[in-house]
Design a binder for this molecule. Structure first.
Ligand SMILES: C[S@@+](CC[C@H](N)C(=O)[O-])C[C@H]1O[C@@H](n2cnc3c(N)ncnc32)[C@H](O)[C@@H]1O
Length: 471
């Protein structure tokens, strides 16, 4: 073994902090930071290192001398194996504390920003069963626990319908109950698995690329509508219809039952034809009287209830009076644009995914919104002087970029256009801090509000209101 990676044990170390990509943080005796994957701040532990770098270690707690008072018992039997809810062992109020701290640290340290008195983070009313979309994978060689491997009992059921083990593309954890999506999500998944096994329908072999059943997506909308999409690898009509017909009969509440036959290497559905087997090819989400049509490929915020809270903060920060031209950059299916349209003179949404813009236009028509226009393309190519000449100078710009943040050219264009107000929504406060850092000569941070969309995980959304400095 190379010296660099030789394991070290640090004893009786207090875990100090949490945040960094969901890991907790301690200090090694030499002062280097240790990122730990299975501890809670306040624990006193022995740590075995798994990685050594110049500035830090990574490790796991192997012995707990004292368990933190911030701990709580995880409610899910899959905790520790599943990558989904890594903070389930920390009480929710402490999850919120560390999320807020991470956002503030990033804005101040990475962005070098002066912050106003921070608003307390907005927690999610639902701490479990808050997701409206889940994607499960089938596998014919499920991930086995250490106990199963060590046990001399023969392994009965080798199939899995569940989630990828973090960092292992070919290992699927069979899920008995997931606490992220409300029922009938669990009931549908369990039924699909048992029916498929009873009828010898084969589960996908990820290494060999064979088998019938590949993935399943379930969407549950706030309107009560349910979409199920099964992705098959092999094109076997009889077997496929056997399963779909069974689902249709067993769960009449499914309003959209669809399938895909995908024989590509990867299981992304975005370039695939989706066939509607039963019901409609879409479901509807509803927010404040607005209806959003969601098809198999549409993006919609996954915590619907908290998305509403987020959008209200955005609208509040934008402070519209009805006379403003508002740009909604990275508009997705135009949800924020439509949400603020009633309070604006005009809204302009820009987004790179053509299907999302199609949805945005159709939804705006259905919602009788006549003051919204939508444009498709890469932001740095679309959001130009020419575009602004055509659509009007924005008074307020709302921007909600993906995790990587905004392209430098987009930030430069924002500075050039220089609207009075910018509302920046972000799911990654590190890239948000970087972008805001580039804008601090021209803009002040007036408000910063973290919003928790994903309880039990380290992810956090943050909304910042910027106003232009007076010359
Ligand atoms: C965080 S989502 C925002 C979605 C939307 N605001 C909402 O609340 O539903 C970011 C959006 O940016 C789009 N996007 C990513 N890169 C882009 C680019 N270079 N130009 C334009 N849009 C982009 C993505 O397709 C995605 O819809």
């Amino acid at each position: 073994m190379r010296k660099k990676n030789r394991k070290q044990i640090f004893e009786h170390i207090e875990v100090l902090d949490a945040g960094a990509k969901g890991k907790t943080v301690a200090k090694a005796p030499d002062g280097r930071v240790i990122f730990i994957s299975n501890a809670v701040p306040g624990d006193i532990v022995d740590i075995e290192t798994t990685k050594k770098r110049k500035a830090y270690f990574e490790g796991i707690a192997t012995r707990f001398h004292k368990k933190s008072e911030k701990r709580t018992l995880p409610i899910c039997e899959h905790f520790g194996n599943c990558g989904g809810c890594k903070w389930q062992h920390m009480q929710y109020e402490h999850q919120l504390f560390y999320k807020q701290k991470e956002v503030e640290n990033n804005l101040m340290r990475l962005g070098g920003l002066e912050l106003p008195k921070p608003r307390p983070i907005l927690g999610s009313r639902k701490q479990y069963f808050y997701r409206n979309k889940m994607e499960f994978s089938f596998s014919d060689s499920r991930w086995l626990t250490l106990e199963e491997i060590k046990s001399d009992q023969p392994i009965g059921d080798k199939n899995a319908l569940g989630f990828h083990i973090p960092g292992m593309w070919d290992k699927i954890l069979d899920i008995k109950k997931c606490h992220l999506q409300e029922d009938p999500s669990n009931a549908i998944r369990l039924e699909v698995k048992s029916f498929a096994e009873a009828n010898q329908l084969t589960f996908f072999n990820l290494r060999g690329q064979s088998g019938l059943l590949r993935t399943m997506m379930i969407r549950t909308a706030s309107t009560g509508e349910i979409m199920v999409i099964i992705q098959f690898y092999e094109d076997l009509q009889q077997e496929r219809e056997l399963l779909l017909e069974h689902l249709k009969t067993k769960f009449p509440e499914i309003t959209s039952l669809q399938y895909i036959i995908n024989q590509k290497q990867n299981d992304s559905i975005y370039d695939q034809e989706v066939v509607c087997y039963h019901g409609r090819d879409h479901i509807f989400e509803e927010m404040e009287g607005l209806r959003f049509k969601i098809n198999a490929k549409s993006f919609y915020q996954t915590n619907s209830e908290q998305a509403y809270e987020l959008y209200k903060i955005v609208r509040d920060f934008a402070g519209l009076t009805g006379n403003e031209t508002v740009y909604d950059l990275y508009t997705g299916t135009g949800t924020i644009a439509q949400f603020v349209a009633k309070k604006a003179k005009k809204v302009v949404g820009i987004e790179s995914v053509p299907e999302a813009i199609e949805d945005a236009k159709n939804n705006a028509t259905q919602n009788k919104i006549t003051n919204a226009v939508f444009a498709v393309g890469d932001m740095k190519n679309v959001f130009t002087d020419q575009f602004i000449n055509l659509h009007g100078t924005p008074d307020v710009i709302i921007t909600d970029p993906p995790r990587v943040g905004m392209h430098k050219l987009v930030v430069e264009q924002l500075l050039k256009v220089a609207p009075d107000k910018i509302v920046y929504v972000s799911c990654n406060s590190a890239t948000q801090a970087r972008d805001l850092g580039m804008m601090k000569e021209k803009y002040n941070v007036i408000e910063s509000q973290a919003v928790d969309m994903f309880p039990q995980t380290h992810h956090v959304e943050n909304v910042v209101l910027l106003t232009k400095r007076k010359p």
